[in-house]
Write a new protein. Sequence first.
Length: 152
Amino acid sequence: MTEKFDSVAGVLGAVGRDLGVTEWMTLSQDRINLFADATDDHQWIHVDEARAAAGPFGGCIAHGYLTLSLASKFLPELVAYDGLTMGVNYGCERVRFPAPVRAGSRIRGCGEVVAAEEVKGGVQVTIRITVEIEGGTRPGCVVDTISRLFFE
């Protein structure tokens, strides 16, 4: 279920709150190939299925930056803002890739509000997104996303 906030005070009061998890999604080889085309990163561990099968991961793996970019998909599934006049991505901190995400794996996002502070006219919130891999013991990505939010 999506957490909803409608004010600076609501966001400030949410520090430490677990935002739950998203639905599972399959990270397909097609998506990996599209990302490779979009970024011109065609390293064989991502796109050459035959060579990758004999490589260190036993198959193709997603680009770390592809896994990271899915934070943009998971965030609005975890949190929504009523009365928001503007929200902007401010940055990321502490990006890590503890485990490779194999093509065809199912992943989901987990969220937690780790920090919030008032800024001129709004609030800056840090939400940690952990990308879980179904059946895995370590996440595929952990990132602290930073957003600036401005309410009516």
